[in-house]
Design a protein around this ligand. Structure first.
Ligand code: F6P
Length: 363
């Protein structure tokens, strides 16, 4: 059977284990040999025990776990040609020419470069006497399929990334918990949520938790946001509300592109209204905990589709990403999505927010 390896790279997210499990089991089901690569690209470069053959039971009891049981790393060695040469040798020695990468846009870009580099890496390995001409011929094509694991939901080409739904559950649980204590003391709470340069988590959490105000990178507030926030909070209190909840995305910015921070918002409220105000930074709690049913299913569906894509790949097949499009798992060109994701980042930097949001929409 074909040699397939799965690895997780970059920041972890809930549901990655479901995806790994699906790759292993679907791979075995279709008669492939499946391997784990532990610790992401670093494990591929280091080889040895980091690359292990998987069997049906090696992925038992992981679907309910947060994080990634096969480890993840941000790897600098793989960025060097030397590192990629070692990685290629480690794969070829095990007959692996099919890779499933679960990670963010950086990890997917790395995989694409690896594929482009593959023929020259093989030639170098032959020249150095590390592999034979026969081995080179038998492993001449590298197939790549990606899945996006990230709580941020910041990737173009998919409706949802693996982990976003679970992170939202964590966030609204936290907001609900804080609302209870805020109510008791008639306090104002400002919660900072993750998402890097994407406001999806903050926005959806705000909509679903009855927050009074939300700050996101994609829609910087008007210059007089301080006044607007204070008026809104005063209005809520005058209608009998005993508490206020404000969500701030960690990437929130103002019209000038300067960060809007929880501390900054607190200062405005305390200086103008004198409300008893507290800040809670939710941090990595958002990335932990068990994956939601949605993320488990998303991981399962994408993992299974990833294997099918690899099995059907021909030497001409371009790397794809498995994406969710209107509740269907579909294959979309990997580099097209990566480039679009990077274009969104550029548009955000240039403060072209409408353009960024439109581009980030599906496909
Ligand atoms: O990309 C996922 C994410 O959790 C972001 O929301 C956050 O900005 C970042 O990773 C945190 O990175 P680290 O885990 O390296 O601190």
């Amino acid at each position: 059977g074909k040699g397939v390896a799965v690895f997780t790279s970059g920041g972890d997210s809930q549901g990655m284990n479901a995806a790994v499990r699906a790759v292993v089991r679907m791979g075995l089901y279709v008669g492939a040999r499946v391997f784990f690569i532990k610790e992401g690209y670093q494990g591929m470069v280091d080889g040895g025990d980091h690359i292990q053959e998987a069997n049906w039971s090696s992925v038992s009891g992981i679907i309910h776990k947060g994080g990634t049981v096969i480890g993840s790393a941000r790897c600098t060695d793989f960025r060097q040609r030397d590192g990629r040469v070692k990685a290629a040798k480690n794969l070829i020695k095990r007959g692996i020419t099919n890779l499933v990468v679960i990670g963010g846009d950086g990890s997917l870009t790395g995989a694409n470069l690896f594929k482009q580099d593959w023929p020259s890496l093989l030639s170098l390995l032959v020249k150095n006497g590390e592999i034979t001409e026969e081995e080179k011929a038998a492993n001449s094509h590298l197939n790549i399929v990606g899945m996006v694991g990230s709580i941020d939901n910041d990737f173009c080409g998919t409706d949802m990334t693996i982990g976003t739904d679970s992170a939202l559950h964590r966030i609204i649980e936290a907001v609900d918990a804080i609302a209870a204590t805020a109510y008791s003391h008639q306090r104002c709470f400002i919660l900072e949520v993750m998402g890097r340069h994407c406001g999806y988590l903050a926005l959806v959490a705000a909509l679903t938790s009855e927050a009074d105000y939300v700050f996101i990178p994609e829609n910087p507030p008007p210059e007089n946001w301080g006044e607007k926030v204070c008026n809104k909070l005063k209005q809520e209190r005058s209608m009998g509300q005993r508490l206020n909840i404000i969500l701030v995305a960690e990437g929130a910015i103002d019209q000038q592109g300067d960060p809007i921070t929880a501390e900054g918002v607190k200062k405005v409220i305390v200086d103008n209204l004198g409300f008893d105000t507290r800040i809670t930074v939710l941090g990595h709690v958002q990335r932990g905990g068990s994956p939601s049913a949605f993320d488990r299913l998303l991981g399962c569906r994408m993992g299974a589709e990833a294997v099918l894509a690899l099995m059907e790949a021909t030497p001409e097949t371009e790397p794809c990403v498995i994406s969710l499009d209107g509740n269907q798992s579909v294959r979309v060109p990997l580099m097209g999505c990566v480039l679009k994701t990077q274009a969104v980042a550029r548009a955000m930097q240039e403060r072209k927010w409408d353009e960024a949001v439109t581009m980030r929409g599906r496909s």
